[in-house]
Design a protein around this ligand. Structure first.
Ligand code: SF4
Length: 74
């Protein structure tokens, strides 16, 4: 079983996780907030540089910020 099988988004409309703007990401973030694999999902997106969508409760912009912060503190 993969971490994806345990995601709270499983079975939901994927469109929720691909909002047009960051301001429309609240529904997806709310689902991610209750997800038991949130950190695994986020690390996957950071590692594979997922460009679109909400992963681990973070927008692409938020993920870029995390990557920059990690680079600075490395
Ligand atoms: S953190 Fe969000 S996008 Fe990732 S598996 Fe969980 S619900 Fe799905």
């Amino acid at each position: 079983m993969s971490w994806r099988d345990l995601g709270a988004c499983r079975g939901l409309d994927p469109q929720i996780f691909y909002p047009e703007t960051d301001d429309e990401a609240d529904d997806a973030k709310s689902v991610c907030g209750d997800c038991v694999v949130r950190l695994t999902c986020l690390e996957h997106a950071l590692r594979y540089r997922e460009k679109e969508g909400i992963w681990g409760g973070c927008t692409e912009r938020e993920r870029r910020r995390i990557i920059r912060q990690r680079r600075r503190s490395a």
